[in-house]
Ligand binder design. Structure first.
Ligand code: PMP
Length: 380
């Protein structure tokens, strides 16, 4: 199989499994217990927290382990909002946040909260002037992703951090697609809170973290004594150890980023050459190195994915969470892409396992399978 769906999830690295297995079998005691095995678990938890903090540039006390990015996003938005001054009741999201996160935006709106969405331009980049216009003294919180999961477009976190600070609003950043793919340092990113998820960076599923800047008030959403009272529930120690191992493996991500950008560019130019109806979205704006979002004319993505499947290639129709449905992507909708084009959207997301041979195989086989669909008379 040629796996080109790394933005949906990544396989756990062998080193991650090696770190988790002994914890699963031997370090199963509750880290809140006073006895020896409990203290062993507590030490393992502390060591994992220290690793996460070292790799991400934060203090250990700034790490709140969660069940993944969805929970971290909810904790940040609901928790920061509940702690905001009474006069600050407005929340600002970008219009291209992850589908799950936009559901939270709708739920807040349904509950009577004022929620604004920052638009994006037709090239997928955030409309900073619109962001500035939305940021007034009644804004409690801005929630912005660092990189879009569909287009890969990088969002102007530093600029929005500046605007948020000037307006006295908190900034939450969903860095789920960014961390592991681009250099990241919490102490310099300008956000008050940052979400991440292990399974996007070769860690296990069901674990992630919210990094919360020291001194920033947050009302916990799950009550209990764990995580300094900020997220109750017995810690999922094997998964947390897996997250730490996955982060520890990253090293200098810019080397891998350069490798992936080269492969991605070769894929895009090869497809455009072989199939002139190919259109690549967001090709000329800063974006994640391994993400390619394109359409072959208006060929239905279901047909394309079927052909890819025949070739043993796993790709996606935009956000994995909405695949299977026939709704056009909200991200492309926000960019003003017409529905017939959006319903043709294919996302290739390259990653650690992707090789030049994978790209060559795809370029040698896919055009021949799709070509007849453009010229049906040639292949009755
Ligand atoms: N935010 C973004 C940008 C994502 O891509 C995803 C995963 N598709 C999530 C949040 C949700 O992450 P998790 O699966 O850890 O809940």
């Amino acid at each position: 199989m040629i796996y080109l769906d790394h933005n949906a999830t990544t396989p756990p690295a062998p080193e991650v499994l090696a770190a988790m297995l002994p914890v699963l079998s031997d370090v199963w005691a509750n880290s809140s217990s006073q006895h020896g095995p409990g203290q062993d678990a507590k030490r393992a938890l502390g060591a994992a927290r220290a690793t996460v903090a070292r790799v991400l540039g934060c203090k250990p006390a700034e790490v709140i382990f969660t069940s993944g990015a969805t929970e971290a996003n909810h904790l940040a938005v609901r928790g920061l909002l509940a702690a905001a001054a009474p006069g600050r009741r407005r929340v600002v999201f970008s219009s291209v946040e992850h589908a799950g996160h936009l559901r939270l935006a709708r739920a807040l709106r349904d509950a009577g909260m004022a929620v604004d969405l920052i638009p994006v331009r037709p090239d997928g980049q955030l409309d900073l002037a619109a962001a500035q216009a939305l940021l007034g003294p009644d804004v409690a919180l801005v929630s912005l992703m660092a990189a879009n999961n569909e287009t890969g477009v990088l969002m102007p976190v530093a600029e929005v951090a500046e605007l948020s600070r000037a307006a006295g609003a908190r900034l939450h950043v969903d860095a789920t697609q960014f961390i592991g793919k681009q250099p990241f340092d919490f102490s310099r990113c300008g956000a008050d809170a940052v979400s991440l998820s292990a399974h996007k960076l070769h860690g296990p599923k069901g674990v992630g973290a919210l990094l919360l800047r020291q001194g920033v008030a947050l009302v916990p959403q799950t009550l209990g004594s764990q995580e300094r009272g900020r997220r109750g529930g017995t810690e999922n120690l094997p998964a947390i150890v897996g997250l730490a191992a996955a982060l520890d493996l990253l090293g200098d991500v810019s080397l891998e980023a350069a490798r992936l950008a080269t492969l991605r560019d070769a894929l895009e130019s090869g497809l455009c050459q072989a199939l002139p109806a190919t259109h690549v979205w967001c090709q000329n704006v800063p974006r994640l190195p391994g993400t390619s979002y394109l359409r072959f004319g208006t060929l239905s993505v279901d047909v394309v994915l079927q052909r890819l499947d025949r070739l043993g290639v796993a790709a996606s129709s935009g956000a994995a969470c909405s695949s299977g449905g026939s709704e056009p992507s909200h991200v492309l909708g926000a960019m003003g892409v017409p529905a017939d084009e959006a319903l043709a959207a294919v996302r290739f997301s390259l990653g650690r396992s992707t090789t030049l041979a994978n790209v060559t195989t795809l370029l040698n086989t896919l055009p021949a399978l799709l070509e007849p669909l453009f010229n049906p008379t040639r292949n009755p």
